[in-house]
Design a protein around this ligand. Structure first.
Ligand SMILES: [Zn+2]
Length: 140
């Protein structure tokens, strides 16, 4: 069992999903559309606390902005890790322009900023763009 609380990207309902069974195609209990757990999920001020607190697997949160070049440069690396580690790790993205309260809470002064959460607690962070080896070590 590797439970996570995920928001359905189609209808917005929060579901409890067993990531250990991610290859069996988990579906939303409300609208029956599939959860795509092998790619980054999007968090906002409305769902952040519930998703972070409800996950039994580590979550790496990418605090980014659309105008941030280094953030865009890191995106393919994040997609790859989300795919490679599906079921064991979640990659989440927070748009800092849309979620200023979260940026303030974690005292983010520059982006990209990555925070690692385990069992609802922040256990580490990484500031700025890094290469794949450094990021994989952080995400291990
Ligand atoms: Zn749904």
């Amino acid at each position: 069992m590797a439970k996570a609380i995920l928001e359905c990207q189609f209808c917005g309902t929060l579901n409890s999903v067993d990531l250990a069974k991610h290859d069996q195609g988990p579906k939303c209990a409300e609208c029956s559309k599939p959860f795509l757990v092998d790619r980054p999920i999007h968090l906002s001020e409305t769902n952040f606390d519930k998703v972070i607190a409800g996950s039994e697997v580590p979550i790496i949160v990418d605090f980014y902005a659309d105008w941030c070049g280094p953030c865009r440069a890191m995106a393919p690396m994040l997609d790859k890790i989300a795919h490679d580690r599906a079921g064991a790790l979640l990659i989440a993205k927070v748009n800092t322009d849309r979620s200023p309260t979260l940026s303030k809470r974690y005292e983010i002064k520059s982006i990209p900023y990555f925070a690692r959460f385990e069992k609802g607690e922040k256990v580490g962070d990484l500031i700025g763009a890094v290469d794949a080896a450094a990021f994989e070590k952080f995400a291990a």
